[in-house]
Design a protein around this ligand. Structure first.
Ligand code: FMN
Length: 198
């Protein structure tokens, strides 16, 4: 296995999604000896918000780009190359204000590229990033898996949608949730790990 682990953890060392993602990766490696793991820490990453420089560079053919546009597209090209080199993607995904962390959103904005990671056809868009297995290590203070708060989770639906759009349709969501809810003896990373079968 070639595993790419993305960490988006604004809380740093006290993050819950991070140990969950680490556990996932450890189990994958144990089950697949010889696997390689590439860890990409997004928290302090230099992915900028999309601005005219990025958008124009994305939409300009490589041979026609200005030096400024070449510089602007470099991080996106590198992120896509890193993604394509992996066969398994493990994303540590905290739930912040109902959605994904902005660092993770910046990463998605740099890997969704028309003509490279998806293309538009006469019968609709087609994802070009195929054959990958994705695990989302989702951590949330509330219980979002079921019940009245389920509709407040835009992390799993968003990531499944955007990754699926690019062709990554085999997505497993593992949840560590409910730290902010008094549920006795429940909702630990261990329970989240126990919920998954490799
Ligand atoms: C700024 C902020 C916003 C949050 N928003 C939500 C939320 O909308 N729903 C929720 O269930 N938990 C929310 N939480 C709690 C986090 O989901 C929880 O702490 C989770 O563990 C975050 O992942 P992390 O530990 O990897 O940082 C929020 C926490 C912070 C700090």
């Amino acid at each position: 296995m070639q595993i790419l682990q993305l960490l988006a953890r604004p809380r740093g060392a006290t993050s819950y999604s991070n140990p969950l993602a680490n556990d996932l990766v450890a189990q994958l490696v144990a089950a697949n000896p010889g696997s390689s793991v590439q860890v990409h820490e997004l928290t302090n990453s230099t992915f900028p918000q999309l601005e005219p420089a990025q958008l124009h560079s994305f939409l300009t053919p490589a041979e026609s780009r200005t030096p400024e546009q070449e510089a602007a597209v470099r991080l996106s090209d590198a992120a896509i190359a890193e993604l394509l080199a992996a066969d398994t993607l493990v994303i540590g995904a905290p739930l912040y204000n109902f959605s994904i962390a902005t660092t993770l959103k910046a990463w998605t904005d740099h890997i969704v590229r028309a003509g490279i990671t998806f293309r538009n056809t006469t019968v609709g868009p087609e994802g070009l990033v195929n054959g990958k297995k994705v695990y989302i290590a989702l951590s949330s203070g509330g219980v979002q898996y079921e019940g009245p708060m389920a509709a407040y989770d835009f992390v799993a639906p968003y990531l499944q949608t955007v990754l699926g759009f690019l062709g990554m349709t085999d997505v497993t969501v593992v949840r560590e949730e409910g730290q902010n809810v008094p549920v006795p003896g429940d909702n630990t990373v261990a329970n989240a790990m126990a919920s998954i079968n490799f």
